[in-house]
Design a protein. Sequence first.
Length: 419
Amino acid sequence: MCKFRIRGQKRIMGELCIGGAKNAVLPMLAAMCLNESESEIHNCPPIADTFESIKILQSIGCKVEFDGTLKVDSSGSLSADIPDEIVGKMRSSILFMGAMLGRLGKVNIALPGGCKLGVRAIDLHTYGLQKMGAKICMKNDKLYCEADELKGTTILLHTASVGATENLMLAAVKAIGETVIQNAAQEPEIIDLANFLTGMGAKIHGAGTDTIVISGVKKMYAGKPYSIMPDRIVAGTYLVAAAITGGFLKLRNVRPHDLAPVTNALAEMGCVIHCGKNCITLAGPPRLKALPRLMTEVHPGFPTDMQAQFVAALSIADGTSTVTETIFESRHAHAHDLNRMGAMINVSSDSRTFTVHGKPTLQGTTVKAHDLRGGAALILAGLAAEGETVVDDAEYVQRGYANIENDLTALGADIVLEK
């Protein structure tokens, strides 16, 4: 296991270019199984989850090259069996279920692993695929899925799940007839996936709205090289890093509209923010202001993947803040470790609401990452804290941030990764 060692109270200052989005590339990697040809992606983030997805592609018979540009050849014969040991490491591996049903008409895949954020059931995934004609049974925590043919239908999701929307899109692009996904997720990454699939010949309308209509095609083909959207959560995390240290940061290769819920909240906390066409600048105040109320919501609301980072920042803000998590029922482990650093955070009995009483400063100590974004939040706290902070289980953070220690060091932080 590796760890981050941080010596705090150094202002984040400088300029940074944001890379490709984790939450956009992972469904695209699954989609590469569909076209029985070559695919090429630019701006692909070199993060742990990308490499795990590449392992899945290689294990089922795809040829992969990744040297800055990601190239995948899925023209050969593919296996329907996805290795359990890889699937157990990340949640997004479940997206191969829809893609492989579309490609082979069958797939055998273990229940997915990843960050422990609660139940995160896959019932919406299986419900939608079964409505399209798939037969799915589970034995010993493994899903065995078959479909003589997938047929388009209307699927109403009782929750606007990003993963379920993506999985059903991947299955529907080669299904017979028209598939309508109602109450679909509207995140920017959904639009990015639709654009990628359309480039390979899929017929998709309505991505980014609550109703997506997909007309199945018999064959897909090699599209033009595709550049992934910038990672709005990485960008948001670095903006909070500047805010929590009273620093100044200019981000390039960002889409300000995608970050509006984050930048609006930071402005309310006292930051001065300017947005250009593809850039954002932030100047942090001497001390952040509390937020009376912050609630995570499905897009275009405040993203759940930024909740932990804001709880960290609000722990040293002036006043008392209330943060409510509505997406995941167990996204609260970071509060315990922040309290170990001197924060005063009360978590409700249902683990959904954080009452954060801001303190003037935090004290460095040894803490532990329990999930990807919670680990990033502890790094942010360490940047602002007095003394030295050690964040154990850094592997969680590496799942979604490519060399975060190098980025922060370039911006003036004192942080090292120890293996």
